[in-house]
Structure formats: C-alpha cells, structure tokens
Design a binder for this molecule. Structure first.
Ligand code: SIN
Length: 323
C-alpha cells in the first residue's frame, strides 16, 4: 500500500473568496492556496487513514480562463504522481465551469495503464471558501473517500455526494450545489457518510491518445472552434472563422452544436460543407443536454461526435489533429 494522497490545486470557486459570507456569486475565484484549503478541513486527517497529504499548487485560475498551457503542466504533474509507487491517488481541486473539459482531457491523454491502476479524482465547489456554508470541504472529503475506496479507477468527478465519469459528466446547473449530472446514464456512485455505493464500473472506457506529454507541451495546439445552430443561423460565422487572418492560427477544426439530433439550418450546413471541402474537419454534436447524435442518412455528410458533448468533441478533435 502507498503512503500518500496528492492534491493538485488549480483554483476555482472552491478556492474563492467574497467580501461577505452571504455572497455566493460576487466572489473572486482562485484566491485561497490549496494547502490552506486543506488545512481547514478538520476531518481530513481521519479520512486519509494514516496517509500523508501532499498539496501542490499547479495553477490558481477561475476555470473560465483555463487554457492549454495549464492543461499541459497539469497532465505532466498527474502522470508523475500517478506513477509514484508511494502515491495511492491523485485529487484535483478545480472550478466547476470547465471541470468536465479538464476531466475529459486528462482521461484522453494520460497513459491508460496509470489510470487503470489508480484513481484521479477531480472535485470542486459551487460556493466560495468564504461562504457561510461552503460546499468545498464536504466535496473534498467525499473525493478522498472515493479515491481511497479501493475499487475506484480512471478519471472521476465528485460533487455534491455524486461520482461521475469524465466522459459523461456535464455541469447542468448555474447555481445549485448539486450542479453536475451524467445525463441518461446517471452517476457511477454516491458517497454516503464516507462510504461509496457504486452503481456502475468506474474504470475509464475511452481509449487514450498516445501522447508524449513533455514534447507535446511545447507544440502549438490546432485551432478548433465551436459554432451553434439556432433559429435564423446563417453561414456567416463559419465563413468568418475559416477566413485567413494573420492574428490567429488557421482554423483546423469546427464542432457544430446542432439542434436536436444534430440538425442544422440549411445555410449553416452549406457553409460547414464548404469549409469541410477546404480541409477543415467538422464534427456534428448536439446542443441538447441529454442523448447523443444518432447517425442517419440525413446527417451522414458530417461525422457525429460519438456521444460527446460539443466541448468534449472539441477536445477529442483537437487531440486527433495533434496525433
Ligand atoms: C470556476 O469555474 O473557476 C468558477 C466557478 C466555479 O468554480 O463554480
């Protein structure tokens, strides 16, 4: 048995502060260091069951500003700790706004052998650390319970007593502390008084991209954007994104969040087919919160996202273009 649990801090509301304890929205995210956050959680020592807690600040950002540079460092730190025989599990504290993207990204790029051996658990909070009743401390305790459960594997997200897979989890509420769900499948498990009750298999089922994390942190990431279908959508946005512009990298990929089963306004679809013919890779996802694009003849010209939400389809396409 290993002797350490590592917590990598990246910022977010869990590390946020506001002037007044009753203010759950007018705060600044990413203010409290991860070491200090953990120090304030009194029951954490008991939850660690004798293991040493190692806290490391990888970033201190509001996750709306998360970027590829932090991801590259985070992936390397996760890989390094996961392959350390002394480490039983790695946790990440993260903002809720892009947590599902970071979780999916890490699942895609970390070596499957590491993720099949140990869990990587992301957690968060909807209320700042300065709130009258912050949700972060309980989420951290639940995340530790999941991490040390013994059967947990792969990249998992823990929030409000529910355990989600990196592939399916989605932020689905703007304000409630129970802000995440896993769509039709539901959560993998719940945490009750420090015990984990599993409903599904926790191991990652998504094949990872073979990535040299060190080399890859130095290369420019391909530009992949997201557009949406809506009433009156035209092709103007797509054509403007694809137009050569010296100030930005050339467009390499586009994910379209279609309506319903990935359907597209006829003008938007025409523009997407146009840029696809010019070499831009186009992937069709759906703006619906549940279900996935079911391929049929009418949608065949633009490949679908294989059940991924638009933001995760964008990550998958970016990694595919980098491979
Ligand atoms: C963030 O995503 O960093 C801010 C919002 C949150 O964590 O809930």
């Amino acid at each position: 048995m290993g002797k350490k649990v590592v917590v990598l801090g990246t910022g977010g509301t869990i590390a946020g502060r506001s002037e007044r304890g009753s203010d759950n929205v007018g705060y600044k995210a990413g203010q409290v260091g991860v070491q200090s956050l953990l120090q304030d959680i009194a029951p954490l020592q008991a939850a660690l069951q004798g293991r040493t807690l190692v806290a490391e600040q990888v970033a201190q950002v509001d996750s709306k500003d998360m970027g590829f540079a932090v991801w590259a460092v985070l992936a390397q730190r996760c890989a390094q700790h996961l392959q350390d025989a002394e480490v039983d599990a790695v946790l990440i504290t993260h903002g809720t706004d892009t947590l599902e993207e970071t979780a999916f990204f890490l699942e895609q790029v970390l070596p499957p052998a590491l993720l099949q051996a140990k869990p990587l658990v992301l957690t968060c909070a909807m209320r700042p650390a300065s709130a009258l009743t912050p949700d972060g401390p309980q989420n951290v305790l639940d995340a530790v319970a999941v991490a040390l459960d013994g059967t947990a594997r792969g990249v998992l997200v823990v929030c409000a007593g529910a355990v989600h897979s990196a592939r399916l989890v989605q932020k689905s509420h703007t304000y409630r502390v129970d802000a995440f769900d896993s769509g039709d499948a539901g959560p993998l498990a719940v945490v009750e008084e420090g015990r984990v009750r599993w409903f599904g298999v926790s191991a990652s089922t998504t094949p990872s991209h073979a990535v040299d994390l060190q080399a890859w942190a130095k290369v420019a990431w391909p530009r992949v954007e997201i557009v949406m279908n809506y009433v009156g959508a035209s092709g103007a946005m797509v054509r403007s994104l694809a137009r050569p512009d010296d100030t930005v990298a050339p467009l390499r990929g586009l994910v379209v969040a279609g309506t319903g089963n990935g359907t597209l306004h006829v003008d938007l679809e025409a523009a997407l087919l146009e840029v696809q013919a010019q070499g831009v890779q186009v992937v069709r996802a759906s703006r619906c919160a549940r279900g996935q694009v079911v391929q049929g003849e009418a949608t065949a010209a633009l490949p679908h996202s294989r059940g991924l939400s638009p933001v995760k389809a964008r990550i998958a396409l970016t990694l595919q273009l980098m491979a």
